[in-house]
Design a protein around this ligand. Structure first.
Ligand code: HEM
Length: 494
């Protein structure tokens, strides 16, 4: 049952709404909860933690359908749905959210050149620098650890995309701005967020502006964001015109695209996709360290053996730190930031195992269910355990099919698979190695000395999910750690 065919608890949300309208004779839609006339399953769509409800539906109705969007059918499952609010927020210019047409292919090819496995190695020095700044910030202000993670991932993408020097301030306006924009986009794309997204309510898009707060808000945000994004690209153009050596992604885009507005949104599509995800994943990592202290000890043991106490880890240690690399895979599996991935749209009618899947169906893959399948990950799939990715000799192994050797599905599927995944894996590797080399991460205790453990089933809303706010102790592991960390910062002239 689990072979090259990808096992997907696909949530065919739009499907029920189509049911009364366009089912060809003798065809059968996949099973699912019974809906009401006209509005179908609209009110059954959970607005909070939908992947948990979809997981229940899958247990109740069976895996709704088996598809293979990883290869054979990838072509017809590569579009994005036509989101009304999201398209207002981006003016239809954010290519991670556009249809899989020729223009998207061109932009994606360009992004692949800038971020493939080989090119990603060129960013190692930037990633190490971000880790150094992050450790310094954590020493000074451990309570606000998530802000420092957010700074690090925004700063790295600003460097890669716009050639910026590292940001030193977690409250820099760019960090806050991109955070706000991503939040709005991901809410807009989450199932059930706006009535206007449902087939039978699409007419709402023609309502006058004065009647629709969602339209006014989205258009205002788009106008405001566009100004800022154009400034970012215009600044790159200015540096190029001045004859500076500008090697960033935005510079390449500007050389290929004359229109500044278009070039700026092309660049920002990468910038915004990279800013939120890695930092959210690090927040989950902190939670795993509190809840699974034995995994923390094993990772620190490896770091002590390979790196030792007198220097910080580097990418040169990569091959010798399999447990840290397994920790990266496991955190993306245990609490991946994208439990439903991003939505795909079916661009043609499809038939699969006797089921009819109509064109324009929105498909969410229930990655959460895949990641917690005990048949695949073992009886302890609910738990955080990096050892599942190691063989008996402690070497990294991944026998999970259709995951491009990742061992999990957090980077999505088919032709839309995350184009920044090499950079993301490298960032997670070096940040986690730095964090565990420098600190013990433990639970806070209450007045009676009992640990205050976070609930790892509490998430924020949206399609990229962080844990609900929680506290922890971040305590240097050795007396001279602060000196080594401060020295590393000074060596970089920061
Ligand atoms: C832990 C970190 C990350 C995770 C979990 C993640 C996850 C994802 C997912 C689930 C998708 C959608 C795939 C699909 O539609 O099936 C995606 C798309 C994308 N990601 Fe990432 N991502 C991460 C980091 C990054 C970084 C660092 C960058 C760039 C610097 C990036 C750039 C992109 C882009 C441009 C797309 C759109 C691809 C397209 O629509 O063709 N991501 N990512």
């Amino acid at each position: 049952m689990w072979s090259t065919v990808l096992y997907i608890g696909v949530i065919l949300i739009a499907l029920r709404l189509f049911k009364m309208l366009r089912i060809p004779p003798r065809s059968k839609l996949p099973p699912g909860p019974t809906g009401l006339p006209v509005i179908g399953n609209l009110f059954q769509l959970p607005t909070s933690r939908p992947w948990l409800v979809f997981d229940e539906w899958m247990k109740q109705y069976g895996p709704i359908v088996y598809l293979n969007i990883a290869d054979r059918r990838a072509n017809i499952y590569s579009d994005r749905p036509d989101f009304v609010v999201l398209n207002l927020l981006t003016g239809g210019m954010h290519w991670a959210w556009t249809q899989a047409d020729e223009l998207w292919r061109k932009k994606r090819r360009g992004a692949h050149v800038a971020m493939n496995a080989q090119t990603a190695k060129e960013y190692f020095p930037y990633q190490e620098t971000e880790s150094v700044i992050m450790l310094n910030q954590l020493l000074a202000d451990p309570e606000n650890f998530t802000d420092h993670f957010q700074r690090a991932s925004t700063s790295l993408t600003l460097t890669i995309v716009y050639g910026w020097p590292p940001l030193l301030d977690s409250a820099h306006p760019n960090v806050l701005h991109i955070d706000r924009m991503n939040h709005e986009l991901l809410i807009a794309a989450a199932p059930g967020s706006f009535w206007v997204e449902f087939k039978h309510f699409k007419w709402m898009r023609y309502l006058p502006k004065w009647m629709c707060a969602w339209r006014r808000d989205a258009e205002n945000a788009f106008n405001h964001d566009s100004v800022m994004f154009e400034e970012l690209s215009a600044d790159v153009q200015k540096r190029m015109d001045a004859g500076d050596d500008v090697t960033c992604v935005a510079a390449k885009i500007l050389q290929e695209t004359e229109n500044l507005f278009e070039a700026s949104w092309n660049s920002v599509s990468i910038y915004s996709a990279g800013a939120e995800t890695t930092s959210g994943q690090l927040a989950w990592f902190m939670q795993a360290m509190i809840l699974y202290p034995e995994a923390q000890l094993l990772a620190q043991d490896e770091l002590d053996r390979v790196v030792g106490p007198d220097r910080l880890p580097t990418f040169d240690d990569y091959e010798h730190l399999p447990f840290i690399r397994a920790t990266v895979k496991e955190i993306l599996r245990w609490r991946g930031v994208s439990p439903l991935g991003l939505p795909h749209r079916l661009s043609e009618d499809d038939y699969y195992e006797g089921y009819f899947l109509p064109k324009d169906t929105t498909c969410f893959v229930n990655i959460w269910s895949l990641h917690h399948d005990t048949e695949v990950y073992g009886a302890d799939a609910e738990h955080f355990n990096p050892k599942r990715f190691l063989d008996a000799n402690g070497n990294l192994q991944s026998s999970i099919v259709d995951t491009k050797d990742e061992g999990h599905y957090s980077y999505g599927f088919g032709k839309r698979i995350c184009v920044g995944r090499y950079i993301a894996n490298n960032s997670l590797f070096i940040h986690i190695a730095f964090l565990l080399w420098a600190f013990n991460i433990t639970a806070k205790v209450d007045a009676d000395g009992n640990p205050i453990l976070p609930d790892s089933l509490q998430f924020n809303e949206g399609l990229i999910v962080r844990p609900a706010p929680f506290s922890c102790n971040i305590i240097p592991r050795k007396m001279d750690a602060s000196d080594i960390i401060a020295q590393a910062k000074a060596d970089r002239g920061l």
